[in-house]
Design a protein around this ligand. Structure first.
Ligand code: COA
Length: 260
């Protein structure tokens, strides 16, 4: 597919989606949302790709939010539909069988912070800034921000960000658990790709099942989550990769995982 709002690159087994509207600080308009969904579908079906990185074009922004121009004229029904379209994208990321790493290179505000939170792992440049400034526009987050933020950072910290609309630094985001790692700006893509490549060398069916177990478990009680895990454990025991991984260990060599 021909993309106009995003760039799609592949390097070995790692694919990178770059949101490419730097003159609008990569704001999420309908085009970006639709193309990201299509790109994720394309990558899910590409057996060569094992890990996906999402980042923003330019030096300034990861994503500075939903496109405020598009938001400004919405009526109630259009508002619901727009919110749902964004939420479908966010769930799509968790539903991918491949790990998705967010490389947050600058402003991650509003929909940008929501997009970052929808990723499996978040690595931020020390220049990145985070916030849910919707309230300063008289609106509320619509892409899952009121739900994922308290789950990640706790109720009080989430309320502070949601109700004041204030921006925080990458270091503060790390302290509250909103990001997982902060790196020097110039190292962001190298560090992200190096983690992505390490994950890409692991067994892909297992990484997909780990995602399923973690997301299932985050939404349920411990006992049900563990029962779910046992079933996935049974499933992974049927794979060639399981046979290869255990055999390679016993033969003292590196495993060659085929995703079968
Ligand atoms: N939607 C649409 N356009 C946006 C945008 C958004 N969320 N964020 C930035 N832009 C546009 C600006 O309108 C500007 O366009 P223009 O050059 O045509 O006027 C361009 O991106 C550059 O932004 P600018 O505001 O000039 O950059 P800055 O460095 O002065 O400020 C921010 C950076 C991030 C502080 C500021 O752009 C901002 O507050 N953006 C909105 C953040 C927000 O509220 N997001 C939640 C939306 S629900």
């Amino acid at each position: 597919m021909d993309y106009k709002n995003i760039l799609l690159d592949r390097e070995e087994r790692v694919a990178a989606i770059t949101i490419n509207r730097p003159d609008k600080l990569n704001a999420l308009n309908d085009g970006v949302i639709a193309e990201m969904r299509a790109a994720l579908d394309e990558l899910e079906n590409d057996r060569e790709v094992r890990v996906i990185v999402i980042t923003g074009a330019g030096d300034k922004a990861f994503v500075a939010g939903a496109d405020i121009k598009e938001l400004s004229t919405l009526n109630a029904l259009q508002g619901v539909a727009k919110s749902e379209r964004g939420q479908v994208l966010m769930f799509h990321i968790a539903n991918m069988s491949k790990p998705v790493i967010m490389a947050i290179n600058g402003f991650a505000l509003g929909g940008g912070c929501e997009l970052a939170m929808a990723g499996d792992i978040r690595i931020a440049s020390e220049k990145a800034k985070f916030g849910q400034p919707e309230i300063t526009l008289g609106i509320i987050p619509g892409y899952g921000g009121t739900q994922r933020l308290p789950r990640l950072v706790g109720k009080g910290r989430a309320f502070e960000l949601l109700l004041t609309g204030k921006m925080i630094t990458a270091k503060e985001a790390l302290e509250i658990g909103l990001v997982d790692k902060v790196v020097p700006h110039e190292n962001l893509m190298d560090e992200t790709k190096s983690m992505a490549k390490a994950i890409a060398n692991m067994a892909p069916i297992a990484s997909g099942l780990i995602k399923k177990c973690v997301y299932y478990g985050l939404e349920t009680d411990l006992k049900s989550g563990c029962t779910f895990e046992s079933l996935q454990f049974g499933a992974v025991c049927t794979t060639d990769d399981m046979a290869e991984g255990t055999k390679a260990f016993l033969e003292k060599r590196k495993p060659e995982f085929k995703g079968k």
